[in-house]
Design a protein around this ligand. Sequence first.
Ligand SMILES: Cc1cc2nc3c(=O)[nH]c(=O)nc-3n(C[C@H](O)[C@H](O)[C@H](O)COP(=O)(O)OP(=O)(O)OC[C@H]3O[C@@H](n4cnc5c(N)ncnc54)[C@H](O)[C@@H]3O)c2cc1C
Length: 443
Amino acid sequence: MSRPAAEQAQVIVVGAGPGGSTAAWHLARQGLSVALVEKSEFPREKVCGDGLTPRAVRQLVRMGIDTSAPGWMRNRGLRFVSRGRILELDWPESSAFPAYGLTRTREDFDQLLARHAEAAGARLHTRTKVTAPLLDRAGRVVGVSTTGPEGRERDFTAPLVVAADGVAGRLAVSMGIERLKKRPVGTAVRRYFRSQARHLDPYLESWLDLRREDGRILPGYSWIFPLGDGRVNVGLGVLNDSRTGSMQTRRLLETWLARTPAAWGLREDGNADGPLRGAALPMGFNRLPHYRDGLLLIGDAGGMVNPCNGEGITYAMESAELAADVAGQALARPAGPARERALEHYPAQMAHRLGRYYRLGRGFSALMARPAFTSLVTQNAVRSPAAMRFMVRLLSNLTDRPGTDAMDHLVNALIRVTPSPADHAGRFAGAPSLRRSRSRVPG
Ligand SMILES: Cc1cc2nc3c(=O)[nH]c(=O)nc-3n(C[C@H](O)[C@H](O)[C@H](O)COP(=O)(O)OP(=O)(O)OC[C@H]3O[C@@H](n4cnc5c(N)ncnc54)[C@H](O)[C@@H]3O)c2cc1C
């Protein structure tokens, strides 16, 4: 069978998770021709807690998605449980963010976003796996090779490629952009349970005193997120750190679930809906640089999960919107130095918007890896509603900028005094040099 002619686009987006579909939607809305290439077929599962904070809701609203339609489950805030104490906090009042969060299974959510991108004009190719970047003589990405349904091979060409292929970041790896080993990574597992007692809870519940069998408190939290369809998403996430040792997350989850009241039904026997599944959480910009040689990294591919709370969907969508905006500006310039200057704006802006905050978050996660600090926090946090309100704004990145009250001012000042990391854009020193030949996408 002869190889079909390459499909041409102005931008190729690899991966139709929340990052990829959001990027494709924003690109298509600018009138650009976009190929959105996804290896699986929708609907498909993605391991996730399915929780969306007000920051993520804002991104959905910006894309014209009706979050009052059936299928969305609203929540009004967070309930914290720690050492026998319980504290409920509504999401903060804010001018930038709505005062509600959402849940929706990723099986639904990702399909909805991909269809939304398609409706805006993006050409969605499912069951099409990217196997290698196509490089020109100078080593610049000018497309991708794919294997589609029935093993059909096809190339896609474009002056720009967006890597939205998730935590493994295989496209980036094939370009020599490796994970930064010193940056934090989490491990998270989740499972669905049928729970009449909990599926309509108006709060996202989070247990802070996650314990190992020997009683040691761990850096992380467990959750019960109501889905409103008779089920809850139950899971936990912990930081991987040399000091915390290897985590047996399955055992941890079982130990924790055994602590929940039997009436909630979070037990293996009969109520579990599907298997336990887990994946890594790439945090705090653990893959850099975010742009090089025609390839823009967004979401998990760029290690963009918030190190403070493990939230990744918001940052996949925010980076996607910025990447699309920058790509539109770049493509309006002639190929060459002027276009490159426009593209360098993407990593610089990512660093500007989140660099200090993620640096602060990395400091926080390093502290949380110390048992004495974790123990102190879990012992005392829930005692003080004011302290927890502060923590919610800080850890969920939910302040107005400029701030509108004293708490906002305090959080914003803390971020402002955090030194800016020197590892972005052209100043990034740790990136290995680009391989000049066309290399396969590993795995
Ligand atoms: C257990 C767990 C719980 C979590 N809970 C939450 C939560 O409650 N809230 C939250 O905000 N975040 C949560 N996260 C993080 C969140 O899931 C990710 O940050 C988010 O999915 C990142 O989106 P993305 O679009 O960057 O990547 P992904 O969602 O991983 O999408 C990548 C896409 O690329 C496709 N792909 C990969 N390789 C190729 C290829 N070679 N060719 C074509 N397509 C390819 C994949 O099939 C996939 O569709 C959780 C993560 C885990 C593991």
